[in-house]
Design a protein around this ligand. Structure first.
Ligand SMILES: *Cc1c(COP(=O)(O)O)cnc(C)c1O
Length: 231
């Protein structure tokens, strides 16, 4: 099932790329693995996803020693509490969900302590939702300009989770705004910034995200099926 789902998603991703004249190789598929055990994650890796994204520190620390992500990079994509930063820095290839200044500072300190450089994305609260964390557009520009002050982090791009939307193509305006911020930061050629990743698009809207310049879609439900929160 998982393998077939991934093949179907890949096909849809390719079609979305071709429809807007993009190289299908320019968009990566990140499996959002929350609530799926190590065996199912391994199945997704065998099925050909480009990387895995884990939401919770506890799931990461459980599945990683079981070799769940072996063969692909693993990313952290969930809300990260500062007291758990040391369990994530140096353990994942990319922290996608850097959503507030104190978290960035904390990651910098821990990376310095470990003598590593941690790749990060800045999460943008593109819908300006009170229920969501993430930087405003202005704040994200400001942090990008000052990345030189965080030598043990490397800014690789941006991530967004737009508002929940029931309308067809409803998130396009947010994807377009994200793309513009991405282009603006890239053009500045700031120190310690290497804009290679624009992480946006999930199960229901990844084709729209690709049409608006996403370079990484994070897909859970369409790979693994609906999550059972009662388990
Ligand atoms: C769960 C999750 C996804 C995937 O969502 P689906 O709708 O299941 O594809 C993507 N990004 C983040 C940050 C998530 O937590």
């Amino acid at each position: 099932m998982i393998k077939e789902n991934i093949a179907a998603i890949r096909e849809k991703m390719t079609q979305a790329c071709l429809a807007c004249g993009r190289d299908p190789k320019s968009v990566l598929l990140c499996a959002a693995t929350k609530m799926n055990d190590a065996e199912r994650v391994k199945e997704a890796v065998r099925g050909g996803v480009d990387c895995c994204g884990e939401n919770r520190v506890q799931e990461l620390t459980q599945k990683q020693p079981l070799g769940a992500y072996e063969g692909v990079p693993v990313h952290f994509i969930g809300h990260l509490q500062t007291n758990k930063v040391k369990q994530v820095v140096g353990k994942v290839d990319l922290i996608q969900s850097v959503d507030r200044p104190e978290l960035l500072l904390c990651i910098e300190k821990e990376a310095a302590k470990q003598n590593v450089v941690q790749d990060i994305l800045l999460e943008v609260n593109i819908g300006n939702e009170e229920s969501k964390s993430g930087f405003t557009k202005e704040a994200v520009m400001d942090i990008a300009a000052n990345m030189g002050n965080f030598p043990h982090c490397k800014l690789k791009g941006l991530m967004a989770i737009p508002p929940i939307c029931t309308e067809e193509n409803g998130n396009c305006k947010y994807f377009a705004e994200m793309y513009q911020i991405f282009v603006d930061i890239t053009a500045k050629k700031y120190d310690n910034v290497d804009m290679v990743c624009l992480s946006m698009g999930m199960s229901d809207d990844f084709a729209d995200a690709i049409a608006h310049g996403s370079t990484m879609v994070r897909v859970g439900t369409a790979i693994f099926g609906a999550r059972n929160y009662n388990k």
